[in-house]
Design a binder for this molecule. Structure first.
Ligand code: SAM
Length: 343
């Protein structure tokens, strides 16, 4: 990259960072909902949201020049084709991810200390930042499951939907608030689903789903037993953060019979940085991995695989755990892939 291009690249990076902060402000002050009601002047929008016009006007300046709003004849507009990425109950809504990023600013001093001294940032340090957003406990995934779980994710593995329709014993490992099971248990009433998570708080929330073929238990995946034997074990975004991923994968393998399937959804990158150059999602995922996955694992003395452990390492670890057949399949989201693993 030429010098002047690099300067422009850095400026665009700063702009993205500043806009991310202001998008969080817009979310918390209700400005996006107010703007979605139709074009308005800054005064009208401030009135709608019950806010101070001077602040709203400056915020609108950033939204317009940042390409999020448009401006015509003094009227600020939040086009519906943009609004669907920042509002609403759909998988397109990127707000949970944007809010997660701004929430990380609270732990940066602890992270910088860990750079110098070792150790990590414990999950409890993120408390109000991430828990209230629900970001790590499922909000970003809830809509993805609703729209893509049955056909997009399960449909990618030949025969899986048919097996679940006929009736299977399924364990969802690291189930969080149970968003995947909430969709799957309705779609496949003949199957029985158990959600397992180490965090009692999320399991309590999951129990509120209240479906007859779904149960939720608190437990450590590293202590999983083969009783009862499962036909399918799923893990959505739940393996790379494990403190002892090698032990967990071995336990999963041991809990399956010869005809069973381990269905793992994880990040879709290479284990080698050089191969990730040019992937437009890679820098973001390395950053999240550093600010959450890696440091929370190091705080527990864990393996710190990080979100960028990559398909090569995943394949090696699955083979070491005893899976003889692993297919890596595309998923409805470019940042994720599906590992269909069989003994
Ligand atoms: C990123 S969240 C994903 C939650 C859920 N699968 C989803 O997609 O919404 C990872 C989950 O794994 C759980 N977890 C981490 N280590 C675990 C372990 N050793 N045993 C069981 N659950 C674990 C965490 O508590 C967390 O709820």
């Amino acid at each position: 990259m030429e010098e002047k291009d690099f300067a422009a690249h850095l400026t665009a990076t700063m702009t993205g960072s500043a806009l991310t902060m202001l998008i969080g402000v817009g979310h918390r002050t209700g400005l996006f909902e107010a703007a979605a009601r139709g074009p308005a002047t800054s005064g009208e929008l401030a009135g709608r949201a019950g806010l101070q016009e001077r602040y709203v006007r400056e915020w609108l300046g950033a939204m317009v020049t940042g390409g999020i709003f448009t401006l015509e004849a003094g009227q600020y507009a939040f086009p519906p084709e943009h609004a669907k990425f920042l509002l609403g109950e759909t998988a397109s809504n990127l707000m949970p991810s944007l809010l997660t990023l701004s929430a990380f600013t609270g732990i940066l001093p602890d992270l910088e200390r860990a750079f110098a001294e070792g150790g990590g940032v414990p999950r409890s340090a993120y408390g109000p930042h991430l828990e209230t957003l629900g970001a790590k406990t499922g909000d970003s995934w809830k809509h993805v499951y609703r729209e893509h779980l049955v056909d997009g994710f399960f449909g990618a593995v030949p025969g899986l939907k048919e097996r679940l329709t006929a009736g299977a014993r399924v364990l969802d490992l690291g189930c969080g608030t149970g968003n995947a099971i909430a969709v799957a248990a309705r779609a496949f009433p003949a199957s029985r689903f158990t959600g397992l998570d180490i965090n009692p708080g999320v399991v309590e929330q999951a129990k509120e789903i209240g479906l007859p073929n779904a149960e939720f238990v608190v437990g450590d995946a590293a202590e999983l037993t083969a009783d009862p034997p499962y036909d399918v074990i799923t893990a959505f975004d739940a393996i790379h953060d494990q403190d002892r991923p090698d032990v967990v994968l071995r336990r999963i393998r041991e809990a399956l019979h010869e005809d069973s399937l381990f269905f793992m959804v994880d990040t879709n990158f290479s284990s080698h940085v050089a191969k990730n150059v040019g992937n437009p999602l890679a820098a973001l995922c390395y950053s999240i991995s550093l600010m959450y996955c890696t440091t929370t694992s190091l705080a527990e003395g864990g393996a710190a695989l990080g979100a960028m452990w990559g398909t090569e390492t995943a394949r090696e670890m699955l083979a070491d755990a005893g899976f003889g057949h692993v297919d890596v399949l595309g998923s409805p989201r470019p940042q994720n892939c599906i590992y269909a693993c069989r003994p």
